[in-house]
Every structure is written in C-alpha cells, then in structure tokens.
Write a protein that binds this ligand. Sequence first.
Ligand SMILES: [Zn+2]
Length: 256
Amino acid sequence: MKKKRLPLIIGAVISVALIVSIFVVINYKNNQVNVASDEEQPAAEQGKKDTPKNEPTKEPTKNKEPEEQPDENGYYPNQTMPTEPTYINGILIANKKYPLPSTFAPEENPEARQALNMMIAEAKKQGFNLVAFSGYRSYDYQTTLYNNYVKRDGQAAADRYSARPGFSEHQTGLAFDIGEVGKEDLWLTEEFGETPAGQWLFDNAAQFGFILRFPENKEHITGYMYESWHYRYVGTEIANKIKEKNITLEEYLGVE
Ligand SMILES: [Zn+2]
C-alpha cells in the first residue's frame, strides 16, 4: 500500500508547487506594473505647480455658482464694488476677491511707515541699502498706472502683475515695493529675491511686521505671480506666524 501511495503523494506535491509558483510569478508581474504606474503619478503631478492641493478632494457636484468663479485673469465677473473695505479678524484684506471702494483713501499707514524705517535702518547696519520705491497709491493713481500697463502689455499680461483700480494692496497704505539703492535694474524683478539684500529682506521682514505678500508658487491663492519686492505690513505677531507656517495672508485668514 505504501509503495503505491508514494508516487501519488509526490505527484500531488509537485502539482501544488507548480500552481503556487505560477501564482507567485503572476502576482509579482502585477506588482511590478502597479509600482511603475505609482511612480509615474507624482512625476506628472510635479509639473502642475499651480494646482491647488485641496482641489481633488472637493466634490465636483459642490461647485460654486458660476458668478463666484474667477475668470482667466483671476477676477470675479459679476462682482459689484463694495462700499466698505473688508476686514477679517481685524486684518484689512485687498485682493481680487475682496476689492476696496474707490472712496477708500486712508493714506500711508504711520505704523507701517515706522516699521519700514526701522527695517531699512537695520538692513543698513547689515550692509544692505534698501529703499521703498512705491508705497501708498490712491484709487485714481492705480487707475492711471493699470491703464498704462494694459496699453503696453495687454490686459491679460497686466492682470498678472498689476492690480485693477480698487484691487491693489497699495491702496491700503500698508504695502511697499522694496528694492536696493544702486540696483534699480533689479527693481520689480524676481532676481531681486535672489540677491543678498533680497534674501536679507525675506529672512528678516517678519521681525518688523512685514510679509512677502505674493510668494513663489502661490499665484493660485493670491491671484498674483511671485513678487520678490512687494511687502505688506500685518504686525510682528501675524507676520511671524505666516512666515513660520510658510503660508499666504489668504490662507492665514481662511479665505484662500
Ligand atoms: Zn507692490
């Protein structure tokens, strides 16, 4: 009896071993395909720097109403201009979603100017000769400025670097465009941010209550391309929080 069973048992063991190894090979190949496709996804995502991180988790059926969607220039088509400026938690906000009334003319904020002067003085001690070459702008002045840019570069291009009247943070009296004396050719350029003076400003502005208002890769949130020169006064407490978290004013206020 034992002699007859032995070949049967061996046969059965070999068959099971074959089936298991075929299964293992198929599984291995499937895993390889999965690994390859997983690796492709982040690479493709890397190119989409302007895609908001939380976009895919939003349910498509819960889209905002059409009039609340910004156009290709970041403006809201059926927007009516407000009669009052918008304060969120006591912080004045001016962007493409929250414009300022044409009648809002606070002039330059004295506290912001004082903080700016202190910052410029400290920079000088460190060997950087900074200057604020643009500060408070009235509604009418912004109108002239914007219209000139549109004439020169066209509206779509102008909308990426200049605000329409009522939408400029310079109208708040809290924003300054900063550059280096003697390096005027770098004023209003990304390159300023890469200079030692621009780096010093970026690193130290929060200590004086200023934030880099339009950081790199945040255009989808702020509505403006990277502006290495545009600083907004928010006070040291908020400026430090925004800097530490590496976020924008919109994100800090929860209106991104
Ligand atoms: Zn500016």
